[in-house]
Design a protein. Structure first.
Length: 533
């Protein structure tokens, strides 16, 4: 029998001296061409284990009290820079969970992808550019030629994730570690990426270590599954065995977790919180020697909607369709044309000074929790910041009490208060971002992919929390998401966007179950086929 490609044996990981291990005695074996999944809730140790394979943990603060990581018989634990440089990005590549913080904001997409090609394959100039274009087209980037000179902030969340996948696949690695590879992707591109990874595995004999909270993807992709919680693997087995006959109570809990569908509610009696008419957002395209405006991208084109108290409007569509741009325009965070009325006030006419008065009543939860949380502030300082600005009469003790209460509502305890964002998992950071928005008890919350970084059991908890808070405080939600299972669980009405336009709208039940437009039917088929397989 041939040797495994990767063998992790009795691996433990600790942070700091004389501390309890965050990961304990993990054993994982991956053979050539095999897909192995690490599944578990946020903070279970999945990503830390993967980072250990690449030796990307902050050594010597992070250390291995015990264990071994063998790649093709070569020990990686404690391997020097020369060894790891030849391995990283060449033999083993990794797709990171948060593309905005993983991509260099100062370099173009072309430069970032070609860097690995030059280092490991010696490609430069036209040959490198041709390979970069091929990779961008491979992962579904539209108009790839025009994106070569773009910077990360000029791309949508899904487009940034596709760039990360292109970078990881550039040198056709033998082992690809995919840490939530489809988290930021819409359902149609998610299906394409999963199909792409399967094709590349078959073509290249590439092995895949898949880290995800999406059990639908695991069932579709994985040959073997390891279930992790609290830093330990509690159950391992073939995919069929795990899904059809789970033995451990935690595995059973994961498989049973899915947000419950929202019952139909009467939308006719509530007061209108937000009214938008003919919203248009245009971004200039500049060119030439003097950077003159050549044309415009219509990110939002003639969008109108009405949102009532205690109700949720879901906004769905592919990455780059204009969903997030619409949310930012409604908050007056970017310039737009059209009328915006909030709580009876025509805020499209407001100055920035006048807008500050209503900010506490309108909050947003951003898609990328790490990028939206200040790394220099503790969790207490982050969440209480809005209270200090909008409720200066509160004492420090009162603010701390309110922060503590809202953290408990999103599933965190007081031990988080004096810690910093980098000390939390992606899902935990998203819960902190939600707490920051909710602490001011706003009347309108714009939720931009608020559950994209969360595992399924926590998704269900957050959905239940949002439903509870909405009922208690009659909150209005504008819910932007590509996860149609979560949209179904929260939304009363849905608008479907494509290329900046609304292509279909109506009650959630009608749009989800009886879509009229071919594009909407394609979205529904991609979403629920993946979930059901």
């Amino acid at each position: 029998m041939s040797k495994p490609l990767l063998s992790i044996s009795n691996l433990s990981i600790a942070f700091g001296e004389n501390t309890a291990p965050a990961v304990k005695d993990v054993n994982v074996t991956i053979n050539k061409g095999q897909t192995v999944a690490l599944v578990g809730e946020s903070g279970s140790g999945k990503s830390v284990t993967a980072l250990s394979v690449m030796q990307l943990l902050p050594y010597p603060f992070a250390n291995h009290p015990s264990g071994s990581i063998l790649y093709e018989g070569q020990e990686l634990v404690g391997a020097g820079p020369t060894v790891m440089q030849s391995v990283r990005g060449n033999q083993i590549s990794m797709i990171f969970q948060e593309p905005m913080t993983s991509l260099n904001p100062l370099h173009t997409i072309d430069r970032q992808i070609s860097e690995s090609l030059k280092l490991h394959k010696g490609l430069d100039g036209p040959a490198s550019r041709a390979r970069v274009l091929e990779l961008l087209e491979l992962v579904g980037i539209r108009n790839a030629q025009s994106r070569l000179t773009a910077y990360p902030h000029e791309l949508s969340g899904g487009q940034r994730q596709r760039v990360m996948i292109a970078m990881a696949l550039a040198n056709e690695p033998d082992l690809l570690i995919a840490d939530e590879p489809t988290t930021a992707l819409d359902v149609t591109i998610q299906a394409q990426i999963l199909e792409l990874l399967s094709e590349l595995q078959e073509k290249l004999g590439m092995a895949l270590l898949l880290i995800t909270h999406d059990l639908g993807i695991v069932r579709k992709m994985a040959d073997h599954i390891h279930v992790m919680t609290h830093g330990e693997i509690v159950e391992s087995g073939d995919t069929t065995q795990i899904f059809e006959n789970p033995q451990h109570s935690y595995t059973q809990h994961l498989l049973a977790s899915e947000p419950a569908s929202l019952p139909m509610r009467d939308t006719g009696k509530q007061a209108v919180v937000l009214q938008a008419n003919n919203i248009q957002v245009r971004f200039p395209i500049k060119g030439g020697l003097f950077g003159r405006v050549k044309s415009h991208v219509h990110a939002c084109d003639d969008i109108s909607l009405t949102l009532k108290a205690g109700r949720t409007m879901g906004v769905v569509g592919e990455s780059g369709s204009g969903k997030t741009t619409l949310g930012l325009a409604l908050l007056r965070l970017i310039q737009s044309d059209g009328e915006i009325t909030f709580d009876g006030k025509q805020i499209h006419k407001y100055t920035q000074k006048e807008l500050r008065i209503i900010r506490k009543s309108v909050q947003i939860v951003f898609q990328d929790p790490f990028g939206s949380l200040s790394p220099r502030l503790s969790i207490l300082q982050i969440v209480e910041e809005g209270l200090k600005i909008h409720h200066p009469e509160l004492s420090a003790e009162s603010r701390t009490a309110k922060v503590s209460q809202v953290l408990k509502e999103v599933g965190l305890d007081d031990s988080a208060l004096n810690r910093f964002p980098h000390e939390f998992s992606g899902g935990q950071r998203q819960r902190i971002a939600i707490a920051r928005a909710l602490v001011l008890k706003p009347s309108l919350v714009i939720l931009d992919e608020p559950t994209s970084a969360l595992d399924m059991s926590v998704q269900a908890q957050i959905v239940e929390l949002l439903q509870h808070l909405q009922t208690k405080h009659q909150l209005a939600y504008l819910f932007i998401s590509h996860d149609l299972k979560v949209v179904r669980a929260l939304s009363d009405e849905i608008i479907v966007m494509r290329d900046g336009k609304i292509v279909e709208s109506g009650s959630a039940y009608t749009v989800l179950n009886h879509p009229k437009k071919p594009y909407t039917r394609e979205l529904m088929r991609a979403a629920f086929d993946i979930a059901a397989e």
